[in-house]
Every structure is written in C-alpha cells, then in structure tokens.
Ligand binder design. Structure first.
Ligand code: OAD
Length: 252
C-alpha cells in the first residue's frame, strides 16, 4: 500500500499510467462528500448508520409502516444537502475528466454534488435525493422538493411520493448498473474513492475492473476490503489527494 502525502509520494508508475489512460472510471461513495459537510454512512461516531437504524429509515417496509417518519428524515437530509457545496475532490474530478480521452463517473451518492461541481453524464447508482417518485407506480414525479411533514400524494394515483433513492432490499436502476458494469469492464484505470466497498452490487465494480485488467487506485481515509488487492491504495482525504494527483499527473 502506498501512503501518499505529497506530489512526490506518488509512484512514477501510477503517474505514467494516469497520463497514458484511455478510459478512466471514477467510482465514488459518501467519503467524497464528507469534506462538504455531509456525513458518511459507516464512519464510527459520525456515520448516519452509527446514529440511525437503516431498517427503520431506508427500506420500503419502513416507508410503508411509517411514511411520515421516513419522509421527515429524508426532508432533513435534503435541507442539509441544499446548504452545502461541492469540495476540492468533486472539482478535481471535473478537471481530470477534461484530461483523459474517455472518463466515466459512477457514484453511489444521492446528493447531486458531482453535477453541481460541473461533472456531466454522472451514473447515479443509488438515485438522487432531490427527486421524488411515486411509491406505487415507481415513476419519477416532477414536483418541487418540499419539506412537508408528510409525503405528498402522487398527482396521478394518490399514493404517497417517496424520495427517488434506492433502499435496502431494492434493485438498482438497471440502465445505470449496466452502464457502470460496462465501464468497469472496459476501462484501463479505475479510481475507487471514499467508499467502504461494502454495499453490493455497487461494491463489486472495483473488483470487476481488477479482473478485467484495469489498474485500480483506491483513495480513502481508511482501509476497506479493496485495499489489499488494489493496485495502489492512497490513504487520505479525497479533497486533498485528488487535487494533488491532478497536479502531479497533468502539471499545467
Ligand atoms: P460509507 O459510509 O459506507 O463509506 C464511506 C467511506 O469513505 C469510508 O470508507 C470512509 O473511510 C471514507 N471516507 C470518509 N471521509 C473521507 C474523505 N474525506 N476522503 C476519502 N474517504 C473518506 O459510504 P458508501 O461506501 O458510499 O446506500 O456507502 C454505500 C452505500 O451505503 C450508500 O450509497 C448508501 C449506504 O447505505 C444507499 O443510500 C442506497
């Protein structure tokens, strides 16, 4: 494992591979938004799942049993996300995208911060918290995101609206997952950034890329199940490491 603390800490082979990359995939998780002020899920103490029980808030059963409670929890997360801005990690990915022939951004995050930073064609595997969909018909409903005390009714069928995010026990959007798997199989460099690599099927993507022969670079504050097998593991905050990698590989 490589611990990178300054530009000169990056190995020559890593920097050379970045300059030669034909298709670079960046796969991100909650850690990339942590420096914007959004809590991750699994960090001890501060992670959302250290403070809340996912089965009470992030399953279809929980929504069915307690729609108001689930809606209000998402409303408070929406308010928090609406107040924050993309950070240096999100911005560095926009810059990196402009320096490689092909770039694919796959995120598990529902906060929309990659797009707010200027990234285009973001593959959102777990949906987007700022959209609503009908809980009965499963179609996205283009309503303003409101922070009502309870879920508003679908304008077509009257069923309660829900946030358009993937909950535990639900399938990922098929088109997004297919596009992500294709990119993991085709790329020559795969960045796994700020994800605990624990939630499947998304967590399979870095391993798919490894099996397909890509160079896999993990950027994370802590170790994960990917760390031992990654080609490079860069330990630290993505908002610091990504801008340094950008400067080291493509000095302007
Ligand atoms: P986790 O909370 O599981 O993992 C966040 C990872 O980011 C951890 O490995 C941290 O060490 C790391 N981290 C924290 N701050 C960082 C920073 N500044 N720079 C780099 N790394 C940092 O979040 P995810 O892996 O995204 O699902 O979780 C996956 C899914 O589980 C989420 O999409 C969500 C959750 O339940 C849904 O909402 C469906």
């Amino acid at each position: 494992m490589i611990v990178a603390r300054a530009e000169s800490d990056f190995s020559d082979s890593l920097i050379e591979a970045l300059r030669r990359a034909r298709h670079l995939v960046a796969f991100t998780g909650a850690g990339v938004s942590a420096e914007s002020g959004i809590p991750t899920f699994r960090d001890a103490q501060t992670g959302l799942w250290a403070r809340f029980r996912p089965e009470e808030l992030a399953t279809p059963e929980a929504f069915h049993a307690h729609p108001k409670r689930v809606w209000q929890w998402y409303a408070s997360r929406r308010e928090q996300i609406a107040r924050v801005k993309p950070n240096a990690g999100h911005r560095a990915l926009v810059e990196i995208a402009a320096r490689v022939p092909r770039f694919t951004l796959i995120t598990q995050n529902v906060d929309g911060l990659h797009r707010a930073a200027g990234s285009r064609d973001v593959i959102e595997l777990h949906g987007n918290i700022m959209r609503n969909r009908c809980s009965a018909e499963n179609v996205v409903i283009d309503t303003p995101v409101v922070s009502n005390a309870e879920p508003p009714p679908c304008p077509h069928c009257g069923a309660p609206l829900r946030p358009d995010v993937v909950w535990f026990g639900e399938f990922l959007p098929i088109e997004a997952m297919n596009a992500a798997e294709a990119a993991a199989n085709e790329c020559d460099v795969f960045f796994s950034i700020g994800t605990s690599t624990q939630v499947y099927p998304a967590a399979e993507l870095p391993f798919t890329a490894l099996r397909a022969g890509a160079m896999v670079v993990e950027i994370n504050k802590d170790s994960t199940p990917l760390t031992e097998v990654a080609t490079f593991s860069l330990r630290g905050a993505s908002g610091e490491i990504l801008p340094r990698l950008l400067r080291a590989a493509w000095p302007s």
